[in-house]
Design a protein around this ligand. Structure first.
Ligand code: FES
Ligand SMILES: [Fe+2]
Length: 413
């Protein structure tokens, strides 16, 4: 029995959120198996027969495009004796053939082949043995989400205010869409998944955790993220409702968008499509956006990350660079490179964060101190008329919002 009211208060959460296997189990059931979970981008499965494998919480799924162009999220579990029917990360095939006894399913999950079928009686019901599907699948501007619950709020309701920020990020593409065609950076760490979520929205830590990386950046380029992540810099932390949040550096210029010839061409194409005012807002947007529970964008380094909880003390993260459809190739290349400088497994930034997560996971084994504090900026945060909460970039505003959503999902069993 998990008493969520005893585990989450407005300004703190209990150490058991990170260490207790029962809490992890409940998170998988009550959050990941009910809410909308990001599963992939349509451009990853552009052609009929394209597929990729991924997870909804602990459960393996296949995102596939059928011959008629429709998109399906199939549970990756053979209906015979339970083996994964597809182990490849991605590929193209009109069928999935289980390696164990050779049952064959098509890209919509129908069971289309059984070896030696005479061994089954006349009432063998192939139709009932299709791969189970996620009951709800929906896309927003090419981003595909699935829910294992047949009912609940729509994807657009779930995205809520995060949609405005997602639009701001995706409108940077002159054609209005992005493509995910530049591979994936992967890393894993032996600590709880929520440490990564908290960190993606944490403007308090960079000047300490990333001190050396900032020094190297200043040496090489003359600038770093140091100023932006200093209290009072003008950058903001935001809680957007439904657990979503953002760090918003738009009000200060971090200088990610250089004004060379390629940029001028690019700006013109955006102005043509969006008009000068919206184009200026889009070009000025410098946002780190988290969409609860597993998707994070950093538009300055043109990528998104998908967080996969594996166990209470084990997490995998997949970082996908994306390119802006219609933008000059050199501009896309420059921004995608920012990801490998900062967030690849051997980069200058992210590995320092991983060290912090591992230290937290170990420190949280201490039982005589029970609470993890998220009180920073509580007294000075502002609540806007639409419910959005805004604070200094160094304040723990998004984390508080995330844990209130966590608590709602976990309490509502
Ligand atoms: S487990 Fe898949 S065919 Fe037997
Ligand atoms: Fe960091």
């Amino acid at each position: 029995m998990i008493d969520v009211n005893a585990l989450v208060a407005e300004d703190r959460v209990h150490r058991r959120l990170y260490t207790d296997p029962a809490v992890f189990e409940a998170e998988m059931e009550r959050i990941f198996e009910r809410t909308w979970v990001f599963v992939g981008h349509e451009s990853e499965i552009a052609e009929p027969g394209d597929y990729k494998t991924t997870y909804i919480g602990r459960q393996p799924v296949i995102l596939s495009r059928h011959s008629d162009g429709s998109i399906h999220v199939l549970m990756n579990r053979c209906m015979h004796r339970g083996a994964l029917v597809c182990r490849a990360e991605r590929g193209n095939s009109s069928v999935f053939r289980c390696m164990y006894h050779g049952w064959v399913y098509n890209s919509r999950g129908d069971l289309v082949g059984v070896p030696y079928p005479g061994g089954y009686g006349p009432d063998f019901d192939r139709e009932a043995l299709a791969l189970p599907r996620a009951p709800r699948v929906a896309s927003y501007r090419g981003f595909v989400f699935a829910s294992l619950s047949p009912e609940g709020e729509t994807l657009e309701e779930h995205l809520g205010k995060a949609k405005d920020y997602l639009d701001l990020i995706l409108d940077a593409a002159p054609e209005g869409t992005v493509s995910v065609r530049s591979g994936v950076e992967r890393y894993a760490f032996p600590a709880n998944w929520k440490l990564q979520i908290e960190n993606l929205l944490d403007g308090y830590h960079p000047n300490f955790t990333h001190q050396i990386a900032f020094e190297i950046a200043e040496d090489r380029r003359g600038t770093s993220g140091r100023k932006a992540n200093t209290e009072g810099s003008g950058a903001l932390s935001r809680s957007l409702g439904n657990g979503h949040g953002a760090l918003d550096y738009s009000a200060i210029n971090r200088g990610y968008r250089a004004g060379d010839a390629a940029f001028t061409r690019y700006r013109q194409s955006l102005e043509e499509r969006l008009g000068p005012e919206r184009a200026a807002a889009v070009l000025g947007a410098d946002v780190q956006l988290f969409i609860f529970p597993n998707l994070f964008f950093q538009n300055a380094r043109q990528h998104y990350r998908v967080v996969r909880p594996v166990a209470p003390d084990r997490t995998e993260v997949y970082a996908y660079p994306y390119t802006l459809d219609g933008a000059p190739e050199e501009l896309n290349r420059r921004h995608v490179q920012g990801l490998s400088w900062w967030a690849s497994p051997a980069a200058f930034g992210q590995p320092d964060d991983l060290e912090a997560f591992v230290r937290c996971q170990e420190g949280l084994q201490v039982t005589s101190a029970e609470w993890v504090l998220f009180a920073r900026g509580l007294a000075r945060q502002r609540v806007l008329p639409d419910g959005e909460v805004v604070g200094d970039v160094t304040d723990e505003v998004p984390q508080r919002g995330m844990y209130q959503a966590w608590k709602r999902w976990m309490a509502d069993a």
